[in-house]
Design a protein around this ligand. Sequence first.
Ligand SMILES: Cc1cc2nc3c(=O)[nH]c(=O)nc-3n(C[C@H](O)[C@H](O)[C@H](O)COP(=O)(O)OP(=O)(O)OC[C@H]3O[C@@H](n4cnc5c(N)ncnc54)[C@H](O)[C@@H]3O)c2cc1C
Length: 420
Amino acid sequence: MNTQPSTRMDVVVVGAALAGARAAAALRDEGHEGSITLVGAERHLPYERPPLSKGYLLGKDPLEQAFVHPEEWYAEHDVQLRLGTRATALDRGAGRVVLDGGEELPYDRLLLATGAVPRPLAVPGAAELQPRYLRTIEDSQALREAFVPGARVVVVGGGWIGLEAAAAARAAGSEVVVLEYAELPLLRVLGPELAQVFADLHREQGVDLRCGVRIASARAGDRPAAGTLVLEDGTEVAGDVVLAGVGVAPADELARAAGLTVDDGVLVDSSLRTDDPAVFAAGDVANSFYDRYNRHVRVEHWANALNQPQIAARSMLGKPARYDRLPYFFSDQYDLGMEYTGFAPPGGYERVVVRGDLAAREFIAFWLSGDHVVAGMNVNVWDVTAPIGDLIRGATPVDVGRLADPDVPLDQLAAGPAGG
Ligand SMILES: Cc1cc2nc3c(=O)[nH]c(=O)nc-3n(C[C@H](O)[C@H](O)[C@H](O)COP(=O)(O)OP(=O)(O)OC[C@H]3O[C@@H](n4cnc5c(N)ncnc54)[C@H](O)[C@@H]3O)c2cc1C
């Protein structure tokens, strides 16, 4: 194993989805001339997941649109694709990745891009009911088949995946019940005011959204994924298909077994290095240090898997690089499209200011810590992520009084004489 970076090193990437495929491209863009092997447990070409709960699930977009690169790209860039192959162990001492067939791949640099997996629905009887999850192409295909007019769809979890799936099921003419543990869907991410917008949206679209609900047990139906959920108050909710969208867990078991530091994902610094100088991590599996927040944050969103690989590639090649992009994600549900920029965990902000029309679902919401914007969400308002990002990054406090006024341009909100 080379300890000194060179353009001729052998690089192995475990995980062949968005982060893995983007890393292969970034390595070539950065001048890497050595081998690149992309090991992926799934049989598909590396693909992006957002269409699985949107255009593809709705039957509007072809699968090919989700592929990160066309098939010929890999040969053209001399990238070895090992699909349908799982890495089962890392031998860090020898610099080898062990594959499920027993083969061992040597590496000088290793990138872990193993992503995340759905958390299982943890109630008695769930294993027998076999609820659907939504992570892979096969999951999305199964739901497409199940979302038919009149089908009874029960969604457990009012997070992004659950709500997008609910919207797709309604569009297909299914009857939808969403069971959410918290008092509102998306409560932890958005706080009560903004979470209410999504609750109202889904109820207006005919979703039977039930919040503050505890599921006591599950009873299997006559075929997989069909069955009944029994709530703690004794209510029974039956579905032709039950979908569990109760969050994901980082796929960090390889790293853990190999003795790397793991804490809600693979712990990496802002250059995406683990505590082993030959091993890096990016995408959903990486819990990376943000200088801006002075803490590790694991971001489970598309933009992170899109952009972190470039930093990982540079770091693997011994070039200076730090990941300091603001977290960003987007969602589409019915006719609502939104983008969220920044980071406002519970306790990380004191108030939310809205500019625009909350009831018409056309607005920008700002999360504020003191006089500083820490996050912003634009709903059915477009081309504003750059100025929202500038506000978040800006060291100067904002003029909170004018934040809510749509007539004041976003780039003129700095407090004090300069900002007006
Ligand atoms: C249905 C859906 C909709 C989404 N919509 C949005 C959205 O609208 N906006 C947004 O910002 N984000 C969205 N996301 C999140 C986004 O898709 C993820 O952040 C992104 O997929 C992360 O990419 P990744 O490459 O890090 O990991 P993943 O996409 O999880 O890919 C990891 C890959 O590694 C493979 N793997 C794992 N372990 C091994 C192993 N040991 N050996 C070999 N291969 C292995 C897995 O099989 C998988 O193919 C959505 C996610 C889902 C599931």
